[in-house]
Design a protein. Structure first.
Lengths: 442, 308
């Protein structure tokens, strides 16, 4: 290994990539898209606003006015808590039953379709007996709006029941009180209040790691193929050993990834990531603190995972002459990366459960999952250690395999090689090049 | 002096097919050495084995007296047949990169790039991207890359393929200068006329095997068939009737005459001069192509491919 030569390759890979417009566009567009997407998502959930005119068919005869009052007072309370915020303005319109219930519903159905009302609510003693109330609307998936409505109905019902039994109204107030479940994370350093922002930051970091495995892993494949199609590779191989070229390439591209992270974190620090994170923490106020260990683990698992995936992508790129040819096989690492994302919800539910442990010891899902676990729970130290050892060993193994395929593959032009052929390259052992000459056996 | 390159019984198989079959050759230092043969004869494989890009299956390869090591790699300039450049790189950056992987110090690289860019009229293009260069310009960049580290031995695989006549002339001039400095040049070609003009020594390959090797002048003498070129005006029958003529062929302004074995040249010429108005004569050397065809016939290799 000549470090001078490897350094020259790293330098080239790094500078040529960082100098492209594509790099800067990706650097600035990814966070913009990412935050934009998150913002739209949360805005859609949180900031449902506007007028909702709801007809109420109340056959109990008592609930509708109380519901109107309750909704109005909630709105008032919201305005006082957050002045200027725009919530939902409910207009409750009591409707008598004209003719029978079915006919009334039919009339209201038409009104909904004609957009005269937003929806209609049926409060019927028989239904309420079965713990039900019915709400009809074109849009029945507005999480925030429907939650408000449901809470209001329940509150009104509760008060009504208390009144019916002749109990004091203050009891109602008493019964309405709820506790908030405050989550506190137990760590070796004591307990710290977990506001949810930390967990969300961990997930955001994991998604970033996931995306960069794709982006930069795939760049290795592209780079290898590009050198082949450009026919530059043989000129380079005359000066640099294939292994050196491979290592230089992987490191150079990895550094591009780290540079991008640096830029992102600098931008985030200046644009106050805490503010963004607190939006994402669903209105929890206060800046979340991102512990240093979270960033340390992030870099560690990013690097381990990147080297592993970069080797896989290199091995896959080397035998082929075009992206298209390599496409089929490049599905394999893509699936493995996606696999890590696929198990993450169940890891969230049970961060030290069997699925979590298995996924954090399987090398291809380990970087994402072990990172997530270190961020949201305290996995046993031996597991972290074992995971790192497994990752290092499998990266070395993969790099060895990639190197073997690479040194043969980069000089193979023409026909698309088959998988058995590629496997033969791995086993291929050239005759001892420098063995003393022997007369040919004839 | 240690030979520049020495191959001893080198073989390389692709599957069951021998790409190079127990090849031995010696390239002395300071010569222009041609590795000749039709496409598929094993030239590129031989060169790649010398460069240690492809490993030989058996045999020994020595470059400047030692096996091809990392240090050796930096003393050799190599121009592959399949050559390209990083298309998005700026020419200057590219040349610096190619110098860096030969471990040329940056300052030395800067001087040499400036010098060569000047000579090859590449200066206005140094800040451009490789993409923007014509094919000929790109080839100049590749040639600079092969000599940026001032190598002792140059190995060029089909250096003239795809070059226009002007660039061919430039490259030939630069090879001549290189040789004047006492350095060794090995190049492969399937165009025998080129080799004939440039080479001191040649090795002819056909069907993965060596057919002939040696000093070109010696070979020509050895394969000379006592051919005489006569400048004379007379009828073909009259030439054929001269004593000692084995065969004759009319060429521009005269005849090429092959003498029967054992015929004394001076005796024949005196006789010819007596009978006919002879304006001039010269000994006609065999062309490389004829030597080649004779050699493969003698080696018993049935060469079905035609040579260009």
């Amino acid at each position: 290994m000549s470090w001078k030569k490897i350094f020259a390759v790293i330098r080239r890979e790094y500078l040529e990539r960082v100098r492209t417009k594509a790099f800067w566009i990706a650097t600035f567009l990814v966070p913009v898209f990412f935050l934009g997407y998150m913002a739209v998502q949360f805005a859609a959930i949180r900031k449902t606003s506007g007028e909702r005119k709801v007809a109420v068919v109340d056959t109990t005869g008592k609930l509708a006015p109380a519901l109107a009052t309750e909704l109005a007072s909630r709105e008032e309370a919201m305005k006082q808590k957050k002045p200027g915020s725009r919530g939902i303005h409910w207009i409750v319109e009591p409707r008598p039953v004209t003719g029978d219930m079915e006919k009334t519903k039919e009339t209201l159905r038409k009104e909904v379709l004609d957009k005269k009302i937003y929806g209609y609510l049926v409060l019927d003693p028989e239904l309420i007996e079965k713990d039900r109330a019915e709400y009809y609307s074109i849009s029945v998936s507005e999480f925030v709006a429907l939650t408000q409505l449901e809470q209001a109905i329940n509150k009104v019902l509760l008060r009504q029941k208390i009144q019916d039994r002749g109990l004091p109204a203050s009891l109602g107030k008493e019964l309405e009180r709820r506790v908030d479940l405050k989550t506190l994370k137990v760590t070796t350093k004591g307990t710290a209040e977990e506001k949810g922002a930390g967990i969300i930051a961990a997930i955001v970091f994991m998604v970033i790691m996931y995306m960069t495995f794709f982006m930069y892993g795939f760049q290795n494949l592209r780079g290898v193929i590009e050198e082949k199609t450009n026919r530059i590779v043989e000129l380079v191989i005359a000066s640099v050993r294939p292994t050196e070229l491979m290592v230089g390439k992987i490191v150079g591209i990895g550094l591009v990834g780290l540079t991008q992270y640096m830029i992102w974190s600098l931008v985030a620090m200046n644009l106050s990531l805490p503010g963004i994170a607190s939006i994402m923490a669903m209105g929890e106020s206060g800046a979340p603190t991102i512990p240093l260990s979270m960033i340390g683990y992030f870099l560690l698992f990013f690097l381990l995972g990147y080297f592993l995936y970069a080797s896989v992508y290199t091995a896959i790129g080397a035998p082929f002459n075009s992206d298209q040819e390599a496409q089929q096989l490049s599905m394999i690492p893509s699936m493995l990366i996606v696999g890590g994302m696929a198990v993450y919800p169940s890891v969230m539910n049970n961060p030290n459960g069997p699925v979590a442990v298995a996924a954090s010891l399987f090398p291809f899902t380990a970087p994402l999952i072990m990172y997530l676990r270190t961020a949201i729970a305290e996995p046993p130290v031996w597991q972290i250690g074992l995971c790192i050892v497994i990752l290092i060993l499998s990266t070395i193994g993969m790099a060895w395999l990639a190197g073997r395929i690479y040194r043969v593959g980069i000089l193979m032009y023409g026909k698309k090689p088959t998988l058995p052929e590629i496997l033969r390259w791995v086993r291929y052992r050239p005759g001892k090049v420098l063995q003393p000459a022997t007369p040919p056996a004839r | 002096m240690t030979p520049a390159i020495e191959l001893e019984n080198v073989s390389k198989y692709f599957g069951k097919f021998p790409a190079v079959d127990s090849l031995s050759l010696t390239v002395p230092q300071g010569v222009v050495y041609g590795l000749l043969g039709p496409n598929g004869a094993g030239k590129t494989t031989t060169i790649r084995m010398i460069m240690n890009i492809t490993a030989a299956d058996s045999g020994e390869i020595l470059v400047l007296g030692s096996p091809m090591t990392r240090q050796m790699q930096n003393r050799i300039g190599y121009l592959p047949e399949e050559r390209g450049l990083y298309r998005k790189m700026k020419v200057l950056d590219h040349l610096f990169f190619l110098a860096a992987i030969k471990e040329v110090p940056a300052e030395t690289a800067r001087q040499r790039i400036a010098e060569w860019a000047d000579r090859l009229e590449l200066k206005p293009w140094l800040k451009k991207k490789v993409d923007e260069l014509s094919k000929g310009m790109q080839q100049k960049v590749q040639f600079i890359a092969t000599i940026i580290h001032d190598p002792e031995v140059l190995i060029l695989d089909e250096p003239f393929s795809g070059l226009d006549p002007i660039n061919t002339a430039i490259i030939k001039e630069y090879l001549a200068e290189f040789r004047k400095k006492g350095k060794t040049i090995v190049f492969s070609t399937h165009v025998l006329e080129q080799a004939e003009k440039l080479c001191d020594e040649i090795c002819l390959l056909a069907r993965s095997k060596k057919v002939l090797e040696g000093n070109l002048r010696d070979l020509k003498r050895r394969f000379s068939k006592d051919l005489l070129h006569l400048l004379v005006e007379c009828r073909p029958e009259e030439i054929a009737a001269l004593p000692g003529v084995a065969s004759s062929q009319a060429v521009n302004g005269g005849y090429v005459v092959a003498l029967a074995p054992g015929t004394d040249q001076r005796e024949f010429l005196r006789h010819a001069m007596d009978c006919h108005p002879l304006r001039g004569f010269s000994a006609k050397e065999p062309e490389l192509e004829e030597i080649y065809l004779d050699a493969i016939r003698a080696a018993g290799i049935e060469e079905t491919r035609t040579i260009e």
